[in-house]
Design a protein around this ligand. Structure first.
Ligand SMILES: O=C(O)CCC(=O)C(=O)O
Ligand SMILES: [Mn+2]
Length: 214
């Protein structure tokens, strides 16, 4: 049937040289997912990580699971244009105003993706116990075919995609610092994604998903 694609990080980390930016289409049917590795340099990525880690108003929301109030296994924050509220997992998010740093990341992303985004959801995975479970970014306020631009700083974590109908179709990608993953077309109709917990020791990771709220 379908081949499983694996883009796992098997290269030893090279401290002396800056890795080159590369582009790879990781999903090309029932949606489109493109990975731009090293979109941001290591220096830029480390600068963004430290700045966001200390300056963002991180909070830990609670969600109802089987009638119980459980803390989300990660910290989040929401920034965007005024009035662009967003509800996911029953949590209503009201945006904080854009900061100069988030604006500058946004404009680099917009240049490449040729889309203008009006909000960003930030996730802080403190360690391997933090995660996001299988879901699609398909809330009605994102429109028919949501475009999601995802950038990562800090530790590498594995991002998995699985097809909702063709169960054997799965894609695993190790999202390293400076990577930019663009999900578009019908991706959110046909695919789910997650960041699984890991028992490996991992440092903190920050992920930003830029979105367009209608
Ligand atoms: O951390 C990631 O790479 C994915 C985050 C995500 O899927 C989300 O916030 O909707
Ligand atoms: Mn998502």
């Amino acid at each position: 049937m379908y081949e499983q694609i694996s883009l796992l990080d098997t290269q030893p980390y090279n401290n002396n040289f800056e890795n080159k930016p590369t582009q790879k289409v990781v999903v090309r049917t029932d949606g489109e997912v493109i990975l731009y590795s090293n979109f941001f340099s290591r220096q830029e990525s480390d600068h963004f990580f430290h700045n966001l880690y200390s300056s963002v108003e991180w909070k830990q929301d609670k969600i109802q699971i089987f009638g119980k109030n459980m803390p989300l296994p990660r910290l989040t924050a929401w920034y965007g244009d005024e009035g662009k509220s967003y509800t996911y997992s029953g949590i209503e998010q009201h945006p904080e105003p854009w900061t100069p740093l988030l604006k500058s990341i946004k404009s680099k992303i917009e240049e490449l993706s040729e889309v203008s985004f009006n909000s960003v959801l930030l996730n802080l995975y403190r360690d391997g116990k933090d995660s996001v479970s299988w879901h699609s970014d398909d809330e009605p306020e994102l429109g028919k075919n949501p475009i999601i631009a995802s950038v990562s700083f800090g530790a590498t974590r594995r991002f998995s995609l699985k097809h909702k109908i063709s169960k054997s179709r799965k894609v695993d990608i190790d999202l390293a610092k400076g990577s930019f993953l663009l999900m578009k077309g019908e991706t959110q109709h046909f695919w789910q994604h997650q960041i699984a917990k890991t028992s490996k020791p991992v440092q903190a990771r920050i992920n930003l998903t830029f979105r367009k709220i209608y």
